[in-house]
Design a protein around this ligand. Structure first.
Ligand code: 5GP
Length: 195
């Protein structure tokens, strides 16, 4: 069992609707030492890949991606924004993403100035459920002409179809914890064995 799995068992809370609450260490209050250990693990799993940029999506991916970047030679971290703002100008790369937690559609946006054909990208996010967020980020990379070298996820919910779909597309997808099952009534969580 790895440190993220241990932490999920200790502090994760299973909610109704297939939602795992991990806000005490991952996506509200952030345990940066844990993120640092996660970064070291991604560095092992993506060793040999020439990664010059990390792409994530606001808000929960930003903290993790920033610490992970320290393990990839301090490469820049670009995050997709979920709404148009007055600070966004120039040409944009955009994709539509359905939010698993909020059940709405977001237009995610990255400025063309920060992602282009010269980029070899590691995509990082906190959760993988149905894969909508990842599909949006992959679409943005493809519009930019950038190469997706790999995808690093903290928690994949293996009983939802996103992981299978992304692996079927041929991407190297590394999830540090894959939840095989979870039960809101008992609070029991089981993980998929990883080599
Ligand atoms: P997907 O697009 O793969 O369906 O969902 C991924 C996004 O939804 C993640 O970026 C994450 O913010 C959110 N998400 C999905 N499942 C969960 C969950 O069980 N718990 C929490 N806290 N967020 C989730």
């Amino acid at each position: 069992m790895n440190c993220l799995e241990e932490r999920i068992l200790k502090d994760g809370v299973v909610k109704e609707g297939n939602v795992l609450k991990v806000d005490s260490f991952l996506n509200h209050c952030m345990d940066v030492k844990l993120f640092d250990e996660m970064g070291a693990e991604y560095a092992k799993r993506f060793a040999g890949k020439k990664i010059n940029k990390i792409l994530t999506i606001e808000a929960s991916g930003i903290g993790i991606a920033s610490i992970v970047a320290r393990h990839f030679g301090d490469v820049p971290v670009v995050f997709a924004k979920k709404s148009q703002s007055i600070n966004l100008d120039g040409e944009m790369l955009t994709a539509e993403v359905e939010s698993f937690t909020h059940k709405n559609i977001n237009h995610v946006i990255v400025s063309k100035r920060f992602l282009g054909p010269e980029d070899h990208v590691l995509i990082i996010d906190d959760f993988l459920a149905n894969g909508c967020a990842l599909q949006g980020l992959i679409q943005i990379c493809s519009q930019a002409g950038a190469t997706v070298e790999g995808i690093g996820i903290a928690i994949e919910k293996g009983f939802q179809h996103g992981g299978q779909m992304i692996r079927n597309l041929g991407y190297q997808l590394e999830s540090l914890a894959i939840v095989e099952s979870m039960d809101a009534a008992t609070g029991k969580i089981t993980f998929r064995e990883q080599a």
